[in-house]
Design a binder for this molecule. Structure first.
Ligand SMILES: [Mn+2]
Length: 349
């Protein structure tokens, strides 16, 4: 059933100060949805602050002014040389001045970290806008729809319902609402190629493009932002790749010496595992990255193959198609154990 946005308007009629929050490890959907919603609600006269459990990745710096203004409530070091933020202090002294909290792209307490204390306090109205299939019930005011490929799709419906123009750009911001929403939807759908994409997703993308979203510029910021060191690391990953189970499983590894040779840092490995899915016939991929005492596993799969269970076996976690774990031991031993799990998990493999 379509989300009843009319009820949202009624809900916030008496709100004055609104917090917008999302999950830890912010992705493009979380960030784009938050910033679009914040701009829209501010244009309607609300006082709005975006808060998050941790820092957005550097790749999101292109959003400019808004990037600097995002607040953190989880005791993480705030950007650059600013001092450590005491989340509890902020939570008690400042956050409670807000009367409404809107959680976008998550309804999981664990993902909201200390922000969930605001919800549990019962001192503010809580509204959820999420698209994940598995959800906790954080609030009776839930505007979620798991048929949507991105939270940005829901936030866009809401903004259009509120009558705020998608072309709106706040003073000093480098992005319009259309840019934020396009970034949210495009990144959460792998630039419109995941099976979650619906005909209406393209219709939404068309409206955002009409509203002036800088689509190719956004693509560049999302995916063509490698450092030279990261590109070299990708080369090592490709060179080290091996295929097992008749080409259905691709593995590769990056050792400490590889990082030194490439001049790369741990953050340069983000999403590199996906490159292993590029070979024909591959159904799952594992990247082993050396960490002190062992290896970090990044697992990916397609379709029904559940790498989340494999990560779970090693004490990690994640989803069916994307998961991670850290395993102690030497590379050969860790790799052997992981292959063993693939054998157990998928007998027909
Ligand atoms: Mn999302």
């Amino acid at each position: 059933m379509a989300v009843q946005w009319q009820n949202f308007k009624t809900l916030i009629r008496d709100s004055r100060k609104i917090l917008i929050a999302s999950h830890a490890k912010l992705d493009g959907d979380a960030l784009g949805s938050e910033l679009a919603l914040a701009a829209a609600l501010r244009s309607l006269g609300f006082f709005v602050t975006v808060v998050n459990p941790d820092l957005p990745a550097e790749m999101f710096r292109f959003i400019g002014k808004d990037f600097e203004e995002i607040r953190f409530f989880d005791g993480t070091k705030s950007r650059e040389s600013e001092s450590e933020v005491d989340s509890r202090k902020l939570l008690s002294e400042e956050a409670f001045e807000y009367d409404t909290l809107i959680s976008v792209d998550t309804s999981a307490r664990g993902q909201l970290r200390s922000i969930s204390e605001l919800i549990d306090s019962g001192r503010m109205k809580v509204i959820v806008i999420d698209h994940h299939a598995v959800r906790e019930s954080l609030s009776e005011h839930d505007f979620s729809d798991s048929s949507k490929p991105a939270a940005g799709c829901l936030v866009m419906e809401l903004i259009e319902n509120l009558g705020v123009p998608l072309t709106l750009r706040e003073n000093g911001s480098s992005c319009s609402i259309a840019d934020f929403l396009f970034f949210a939807i495009a990144t959460d759908t792998g630039w419109f190629r995941f099976p979650s994409v619906l005909p209406e997703t393209f219709a939404q993308a068309a409206r955002l493009t009409e509203a002036g979203a800088l689509t190719s510029r956004l693509y560049r910021f999302a995916y063509e932002n490698y450092s030279p060191a990261r590109l070299k690391l990708l080369g090592v990953l490709a060179k080290n790749s091996v295929h097992d189970f008749g080409g259905r499983l691709a593995c590769s590894w990056l050792e400490k010496s590889d990082f030194e040779q490439c001049g790369a840092v741990m953050g340069d490995t983000a999403d590199l595992v996906n490159a292993l899915l590029m070979t024909a016939g591959v159904e799952a991929a594992v990247l082993f990255t050396e960490v002190p005492g062992g290896f970090r596993l990044n697992l990916r799969s397609r379709g029904e193959l559940n790498v989340g269970r494999i990560a779970g076996f090693f004490g990690g976690g994640g989803h069916k198609n994307a998961a991670g774990a850290t395993v102690a031991g030497r590379l050969e031993e860790v790799r052997r154990n992981v292959l063993e799990q693939f054998k157990n998990e998928i007998p027909e493999f």
